[in-house]
Design a protein around this ligand. Sequence first.
Ligand code: HEM
Length: 256
Amino acid sequence: MVNTTIEGYLGKRADCKKSRLPAKLDLIQSGTGLFLGLFMWAHMLFVATILLGKDAFNTVVHIMELRFLSSSPYMTYATTVVACGVLIIFFVHAALGMRKMPINWRQWRLYRGHATRMNHGDTSLWWIQACTGFIMFFLGSAHLIIIATSDGLSADMSSQRVFTHLMWLFYLVLLFSVELHGGIGLYRLCMKWGWFDGANPKETRAKLKKAKWVISVFFLVLGLLSLAAFLKIGYYNFNNIDGNSWQTSAYTMEAK
Ligand code: HEM
């Protein structure tokens, strides 16, 4: 307690040791980032099942919501629980990420000076990550809240969501932000903790950078194709089915 009070005044403790808290926070930020990055890969593959048709997408939802255990409509709360869990991890990750942002003119000038002097590609990547993180703070939270409060998931409901009120624009911005942020984040994690350093870290860096772009482009194309598939179904439903049956959830469709 005395140590932290002294550290508050002088910037270091009475015993001249540095607090380990910043390192621990860094570790939590890396851990939550790794979880979210891997979650997003799985999530993008799950969403892309729409490319195989509505039945394929609905089957995945059926499995995810454990509806094979019970046909109760309350099983849709499985999605709510998972979405809320991801939202909490998302908040923790974002809160820790905010520590690194330049928050006043002086810090911004220091960052710009450093970036210009270094002229290193990874410093520019950091800036892209900071900007996309800021965008995701709002759009990612909104998406997770929409999913958590949704009355179950189904191909038709998702298509309606993507199609109406220009929501596809929201998803388009979210998609680019997520893929850039996630790809750069996972690359930086590998560099920071030296996971694949091997005998020649310089060569590894070049390979990881290439892998990062390949993976980001792959998920971007997959996401764009999935968005197009949702839009196609949404457009068809809009023109051919009345509003009420459009909102039918996978659960009630199965029950019919
Ligand atoms: C449990 C958590 C999540 C679930 C169940 C979920 C589910 C879905 C579903 C069903 C869609 C299709 C559109 C819709 O129905 O709204 C979608 C799209 C999307 N989600 Fe999520 N999501 C989750 C978390 C996240 C997170 C954390 C992010 C990133 C911050 C994210 C980013 C996206 C993006 C970018 C799309 C558009 C994908 C595309 O281009 O096809 N999602 N999500």
